[in-house]
Structures are given as structure tokens and as C-alpha cells.
Design a protein around this ligand. Structure first.
Ligand code: FBP
Length: 302
């Protein structure tokens, strides 16, 4: 585990150099992840630390990323959704990975992603310790969205079969007029105030339902068309399903950098404080107006 003095000792320049090295490693690994998916959709014994079924593809992707990211100097800890605790790989930044977000989409050949959050502190870190967040989307093409602490904007890259990646959209910002929405969890488990909010959203003729079952695919719809994605608080799971360190913080960081907003129902996802590496939180990200309306709708619950 990176020690406090180590994790805080990296200066801005070496931090961004390490961020670049991590992003290069993730981009280079993406084509290999895609090539390794056929034949790995079977479930394997055991569960991940969140108690969910692991696929061979989850474990394969996690092992590739540990090997690549773990060998980068100035990376102190590699942690993943698939491992109970972080792996000490030296000293420096902490890297949290959801190796294959939405792996249940492998069987129906639908979109999946890899999520990366880089923190300049020990784990579990705070959302305000993020120095970079990124996600790879395995869709019709392979793309990567990146947000950095030393840049006010979000960049989209396409990743080629070689692992080389090039900019396709600089200064990516959420469109002002939202048009898509997607919410997870079973409707009978939505709390009443949320159900009323969703009815409001659905009554807007400009809004279309886009829910694909992999957060990264759904969030990318919101980033492209404007709108809102949420995996909400549920009556049978008040903290929802998504993990703070591996999903909530990085996606909240990216959407806020793109001029949108994030929330756990009350406040920015980046201000959620949890002392467990695999803690969950309700996740809502999208256009500021939609998030403000959501927080107003849920206000009576808190
Ligand atoms: P993992 O696959 O990384 O566990 O991610 C959880 C997830 O697949 C999200 O990507 C997605 O938003 C959500 O679960 C879908 O949940 P559900 O199957 O309940 O709609």
C-alpha cells in the first residue's frame, strides 16, 4: 500500500507523466482485451468483492491491466473491482480500475467498458484526490474518454488495433439541450420520489430512453447527446449498485469536467465519503438542470 508521504510526494509534472503512462497502457491493452473476449463469456467460480458473479473476461482483463499498470514507475497501488484489496506495486499514485464494466453485456454482444481513476492519495481516496479519470468504450469502435486535473476539458480518442490512439473530439462538452435518459434497477424498487421524477423526464417529448445495461455505454450516450444516466437508490438497496472508487468518482469527475453535473441524490459524487474500497453509492450524472431537478425531487427523503 502506498504510504501517505509517498502518495503525496509526486509533483505536478511527474504526476501528469505517470497519468500519460497509465493512459498509454490502458489504450495499448484495449485491443488485446477485445481480442480476448471471444470464449471468455463464461462465468467462473466465486464472486467479486461486491458479491457479483465474475466472468472469465473480468479476470482476464484485470490480470492484463495489473501487469501493464503495475509496472509503471510512480504507481504505488493497483486496485480493481475484481480484487478485495489493492495490490502494492511500488510507491506513488493509486490507480483504481473497473476492468470490464457491464461484463453481463458480453453474452448479448452489447457495449462494455474499462474505467480508470487515478488518485494522488492512499485508498480509499476522496473524489477530490482524482488527478485523472478515463473510460474505454468497446462499441462499434473502441474509444477512450479522458479528463485530467491539469486540463479544463474532456478529450475523446479513437483507439486503433495497434493500440495507438488519436484525438477525435477535443474540448468535449455536454450538449445544452438534453435528449436521452437511462436509469438502472427494477422499477418496483425505485423510491416514490424518484419514480415521480422519472415520469417528469419521460413527459418531455424531447427525451428518449437509452438504457443498455453497461454504465459506460449509457454514460457515453449522455456525453454525446446530453441527458441523464442514473443507477438510483433503491428500496431494497439504498446505496444503489455502483461502486464509489471504481465507477462513481471517475464518471462524476468526467461529467463535471464536460460541463455537466453529478450527484448521489444530494451532492456531487466527488464529495461522497466512504471508508470502504468497495463501498457503493447512488449515481446520477448528466446536464446540470436535470441533476438539480433530481436533487429537488429527492430532497424530502434526506
Ligand atoms: P460491472 O459489470 O462492472 O459490475 O458494472 C455494473 C453494471 O453492469 C453497470 O455497468 C451497469 O450500469 C449496471 O451494472 C447494470 O445493472 P442492471 O443489470 O441491474 O441493470
Amino acid at each position: 500500500m502506498a504510504t501517505k508521504e509517498n502518495s503525496g510526494s509526486t509533483d505536478a509534472e511527474s504526476t501528469q507523466k505517470t497519468v500519460n503512462a497509465v493512459l498509454d497502457a490502458v489504450a495499448r491493452t484495449a485491443p488485446e482485451v477485445r481480442r480476448g473476449l471471444p470464449g471468455r463469456r463464461i462465468a467462473i467460480e466465486g464472486k467479486n468483492p461486491s458479491g457479483e458473479e465474475q466472468k472469465a473476461a473480468d479476470v482476464y482483463t484485470d490480470e492484463l491491466l495489473l501487469e501493464r499498470i503495475g509496472s509503471i514507475s510512480n504507481v504505488g497501488v493497483y486496485a480493481s473491482e475484481e480484487r478485495a484489496s489493492g495490490v502494492d506495486v511500488g510507491s506513488g499514485l493509486s490507480v483504481c480500475v473497473d476492468p470490464l464494466d457491464g461484463s453481463s453485456n458480453l453474452e448479448p454482444n452489447a457495449a462494455m467498458g474499462t474505467i480508470v481513476a487515478i488518485y494522488d492519495d492512499d485508498l480509499p481516496a476522496s473524489g477530490r484526490d482524482i488527478v485523472a479519470a478515463a473510460y474505454v468504450l468497446y462499441g462499434a469502435t473502441t474509444t477512450m474518454i479522458v479528463a485530467r486535473s491539469n486540463k479544463e476539458t474532456v478529450t475523446e480518442y479513437v483507439i486503433h488495433e495497434s493500440g495507438d490512439y488519436q484525438v477525435v473530439r477535443e474540448e468535449l462538452t455536454l450538449p445544452e439541450n438534453p435528449s436521452v435518459y437511462g436509469f438502472g434497477g427494477r422499477v418496483p424498487h425505485w423510491v416514490e420520489e424518484f419514480e415521480e421524477y422519472v415520469s417528469e423526464v419521460e413527459s418531455d417529448p424531447s427525451m428518449k430512453l437509452r438504457y443498455g445495461g453497461a454504465m459506460i455505454g449509457d454514460v457515453n450516450q449522455v456525453l454525446t447527446y446530453g441527458g441523464i444516466f442514473g443507477y438510483p437508490t433503491l428500496t431494497n438497496a439504498p446505496e444503489g449498485k455502483l461502486r464509489v472508487q471504481f465507477e462513481g468518482y471517475p464518471v462524476g469527475y468526467i461529467l463535471e469536467k464536460a460541463g455537466g453535473a453529478s450527484s448521489d441524490g444530494r451532492k456531487s459524487l466527488l464529495d461522497v465519503e466512504k471508508d470502504d474500497l468497495h463501498a457503493r453509492t447512488p449515481v446520477y450524472v448528466g446536464n446540470e438542470g436535470l441533476i438539480d431537478d433530481l436533487e429537488a425531487a429527492l430532497a424530502d427523503r434526506y
